[in-house]
Write a protein that binds this ligand. Structure first.
Ligand code: SF4
Length: 385
């Protein structure tokens, strides 16, 4: 056996997902797994290229590693596999990521790839992402993997094994003044207090660090450890989100009210706080509307999320179309196409009213189409007329 390892030409590909060009580098969509794989394979001396979409590589790759996201974007992965198969028929094509891990058999058959890669690549996951391949002004840190909960609508606990990083591991990774934590349930990290203390005082290039948590925070943990709210504020966490994914009743209202109070007392403005809500799920439109109205009363915004089952392989929901059916997208038995569209409209109106501190009946739909500076001017004009 030769001791000299063959160096490969490896093409890393993000499929042509339906993400607007201006949002490609948004932290929600950055192909962080591919950036870690880039570092991993570079270290081994391989030639690497990242393609975001379907276009020639500029060399003939030995291997093509394609990432996947939601299961309902399976067709985009298939298109990408077929595109690269056609121009590089001799390359080995492998698909990894969320869809591949949740539905490996479907992925292999549907896309026609050579291999499906399950879960995280342990070697790559320990690597620093190759940020030189993208143009972003933030960094992503996975402070934990997996989750201590098992919410029925969520795939995290099926996709990732529970694992927490400590303060030393996180500190070593810091290379930006803006950190987005990809943690699924950050506050349950057993080292959370020391991590937040460290973030509050750590500087990068002589400047303090601002943080966000992509998944939001578990209000129940905040209730058990109320001091964490102030620690979050001190470590400059922005875009604070908490999840209300249980039913509307007196107890849940009391609970959500106390989370908001805790965050407000820690220094967050109410209209900058978001409450996550999952709709098109087991709680119907009436329940969701009650929750939304309560949030309006509390003066907080809503981050709504339309439920799709974890094995849903298509989603052609079009907000501009007046009517669609379950042939186009998943509609939960407790919901209808009309109620889904109405709830979305209500949330948009809700957030504009809260953000710009206007009453429900002073809302004007043109406000949504203007950029924020123009909106403010328009509101000022409205207020004096
Ligand atoms: S707490 Fe969040 S990440 Fe954890 S299982 Fe529930 S929804 Fe998923």
């Amino acid at each position: 056996m030769s001791l000299i390892q063959k160096k490969n030409k490896i093409l890393l590909v993000e499929p042509e997902f339906p993400i607007p060009t201006k949002s490609k580098n948004h932290s929600n969509f950055l192909p962080i797994g591919l950036l870690k794989l880039a570092t991993y394979y570079r270290k081994k001396g391989n030639k690497i290229k990242l393609n975001r979409g379907n276009h020639p590589a500029g060399f003939y790759p030995d291997r093509i590693l394609i990432t996947s996201l939601f299961t309902y974007w399976a067709d985009y992965v298939k298109e990408t596999v077929q595109y690269y198969r056609k121009i590089y028929p001799k390359s080995k094509i492998e698909v990894g990521g969320i869809y591949a891990t949740l539905m490996p058999e479907h992925c292999k058959e549907h896309t026609g790839c050579d291999k499906v890669f399950l879960a995280q690549h342990k070697g790559a996951d320990a690597c620093f992402p190759a940020y030189d391949l993208v143009d972003v002004d933030y960094q992503i840190i996975h402070g934990m993997r997996g989750c201590t909960n098992k919410c029925p609508f969520c795939g995290i606990w099926k996709l990732e094994q529970k694992n927490f990083k400590n303060i030393k591991q996180i500190k070593k990774e810091i290379c930006s003044n803006h950190i987005i934590f990809y943690d699924n349930n950050m506050l349950v990290n057993p080292y959370i207090e020391e991590i937040l203390e460290m973030l509050a005082i750590t500087k990068y290039k002589e400047r303090v660090i601002h943080c966000e948590c992509q998944s939001g925070f578990d209000g129940r943990v905040l209730m058990q450890k109320p001091y964490l709210a102030k620690m979050l504020k001190k470590s400059r966490f922005e875009n604070i989100r908490v999840a209300w994914d249980f039913p509307y009743n007196e107890d849940s209202v009391r609970m959500v009210e106390s989370w908001i109070m805790l965050l407000e007392n820690a220094g967050y403005k109410r209209n900058e706080i978001f409450v996550f809500m999952i709709y098109n799920w087991k709680y119907d439109y009436t329940q969701l509307e009650r929750k939304r109205a309560k949030c309006f009363e509390l003066g907080v915004q809503i981050a709504d999320c339309r439920y799709r089952p974890l094995n849903q392989t298509f989603d052609k929901y079009n907000p501009r179309t007046k009517k669609q059916t379950s042939k186009d997208y998943y509609i939960h038995p407790n919901w209808t196409d009309a109620s889904i569209r109405q709830f979305r409209r209500n949330v948009r109106k809700h957030n504009i009213c809260i953000r710009y501190k206007i009453s429900w009946d002073r809302y004007d739909p043109t406000l949504e189409r203007l950029n924020s500076r123009k909106r403010l001017i328009q509101l000022e004009v409205k207020n004096i007329t």
